[in-house]
Design a protein around this ligand. Structure first.
Ligand code: CP3
Length: 344
């Protein structure tokens, strides 16, 4: 497909030739070229360098033949210019110097002005588009809940106890923080589209920590506002989280074009929970990629059979490519998925 991409067509639920495929975290430490760059630069140095980001974003398309590129950046990047002092530790994740715990901490944050604050990110989007031609570029940002969870916990968490307690015990601080993060997320994604992104993904990786009732009360209204504004941009919007099986119907109500599904929920089950008015993306268990090919083939074939004939399906993993993934598995997997026809 030259001008219309099978990835974009599948997002809109329109006919396309083959099942489209890309991978969350398709750029990363599983690649030898990436590891070589990381010997010379820290992750954050890389993330602010447009030449390196362009190179790293384009390589998976050129090496694996995936149907879309995703901007190389991180959900934490917009928080720097908003006044958050953080670092990203290898094999751990983001670490925040002064976590947010009360109203006074919120007052320290200021609103993102995307093009003034992060010109390198938008230059990167433009450069990727120019280099890849007809292959679409996916822009992304963190969702308010997931960003808030890092800001409140101060780093990764298993229980999200500080986040939940702030949400329950200081609802006005919670609302203020989520509104501010929602505004920043919309501004950041709008600017990415302005500079050429043809689809956008909102990563709410940790929202699955919430109960259905807490999601409905404390997150859904904000996400409805976010997707309402993002959908006006005219590009497909993707909403992804992990461990969200029971939240999927409410996440659909938030209004994205595409819902991401992790490996815990069968794709057919996800489809029956959300109906046919939304596209689905997922959901191979990323751990298969670290092992031998037969497990990758078995698990991916199961997904492809479940979704066979579904006009609105994008093949992906249930979460990001792990550093232990074998590059050859990813390459074979792209070829394998592309053997399956899309719906006429
Ligand atoms: O998908 C892609 O190829 C685009 C790049 C991308 C990165 N981070 C690069 C990255 C994307 C889309 C993200 C989003 C992101 N960042 C999320 C949401 C997606 C998800 O995985 O749930 C989250 C939760 C983060 C926060 C974050 N940043 C984590 C948990 C880590 C991993 C820490 C580690 O060492 O494993 C990072 C760092 C990070 N972001 C790396 C990459 C390639 C590894 C950095 C390195 O080279 O050491």
């Amino acid at each position: 497909m030259a001008s219309t991409s099978r990835f974009i067509e599948a997002c809109w639920g329109r006919p396309h030739d083959r099942v489209p495929v890309w991978f969350m975290r398709q750029a990363g430490r599983y690649q030898e070229g990436y590891r070589n760059l990381r010997e010379r630069y820290s992750f954050l140095e890389m993330a602010h360098n447009p030449e390196i980001c362009t190179e790293v974003s384009c390589r998976p398309v050129e090496e694996l033949g995936v149907d879309a590129a995703i901007l190389f950046s991180d959900i934490m990047i917009p928080l720097g210019p908003m006044g958050v002092d953080f670092d990203i530790r290898e094999h751990y994740g983001p670490v925040i110097a002064h976590p947010i715990r009360e109203a006074g901490d919120l007052a320290r944050l200021h609103m993102l002005q995307p093009e003034d604050d992060l010109p390198e990110v938008f230059l990167t989007v433009e450069q990727i588009c120019r280099r890849l031609g007809s292959v679409p570029v996916i822009g992304f940002a963190g969702a308010p809940f997931t960003l808030a969870s890092y800001l409140i916990e101060g780093g990764p968490s298993r229980t999200y106890q500080n986040t939940k307690r702030l949400m329950w015990e200081q609802p006005s601080v919670w609302q203020g923080l989520l509104d501010m993060l929602a505004e920043a997320t919309v501004r950041h994604l709008t600017a990415q589209v302005r500079h050429g992104a043809q689809a956008i993904q909102v990563f709410d990786s940790w929202v699955g920590a919430l109960s259905v009732e807490d999601y409905r009360q404390f997150v859904l209204p904000v996400m409805k506002g976010v997707f309402n504004r993002l959908n006006a941009l005219g590009v497909p919007t993707i909403y992804f989280g992990t461990a969200t099986g029971s939240l999927l119907p409410l996440m659909r109500q938030a209004g994205p074009t595409v819902l991401g599904v992790d490996w815990r929920t069968p794709m057919s089950e996800a489809r029956s929970r959300v109906g046919t008015q939304v596209a689905l993306q997922g959901n191979l268990d990323p751990v298969t990629l670290a092992g031998s090919w037969p497990a990758v083939e078995d698990h991916s074939t199961h997904i492809l059979r479940e979704m066979s004939g579904d006009p609105a399906f994008v093949f992906n993993l249930g979460h990001g490519v792990p550093p232990e993934a074998k590059p050859d598995n990813l390459k074979r997997l792209v070829e394998w998925v592309h053997q399956f026809p899309g719906p006429a």
